[in-house]
Design a protein around this ligand. Sequence first.
Ligand SMILES: *Cc1c(COP(=O)(O)O)cnc(C)c1O
Length: 219
Amino acid sequence: MSIASKILEVRSALPAGVELVAVSKFHPVEAIEQAYAAGQRLFGESRVQELVAKYEQLPKDIEWQMIGHLQTNKVRAIAPFVSLIQSVDSQRLLECINREAERCGRVIDCLLEVHVTDEDSKSGWDVSQLREYLNSGAVAQLKSVRIRGVMGMATFTDDEAVIRADFERIAAIKSELASHFDSHYNILSMGMSDDYPIAIEYGSTMVRVGSYIFGQREY
Ligand SMILES: *Cc1c(COP(=O)(O)O)cnc(C)c1O
């Protein structure tokens, strides 16, 4: 099936209110152009250099999202144009994004990435540290970032019960933290190629689908 038909297939199966982020990392601009021609406008990338290069080459009505681990020294390169940073996993990074956003005269939308699995390989905030940080009230001082919600990943496993438990936990954390934010805090980003239908059952409002649309990545 072509990239365009995959996009249309996935989109037509999503309930109202669930957005599709096409994860185009490691795929060439030609692949993104095919998805774009099918009407796709939200794209996710995991590396800053690649994100910047693609932003420069592709139509300006694309909304580029950063979904991969972000180093503070790379924030400046994407701050002028990134539409959502999903992978905010520390106070230091959030403060850096706030500074760089202010420098560009922007307010940058962010998701708090939470770590809920037993895997060390997964990034994300330790939930008790995140609670502590939010309880400190420090986030209210950051006027150039807007926290839109939570992002999380399930354990890499075939055991569906484990995946369900992980999504349930991410959704519960998102609800628990809501009292710290205003009504713009409305995104629950969870679900990838292999598990997005399950994530939707647990209230996902944003799925990040890569290989199902674009094929296997060549690293
Ligand atoms: C790569 C990636 C995805 C997409 O994964 P697929 O299995 O290819 O759909 C989603 N979210 C994050 C954070 C990623 O790094």
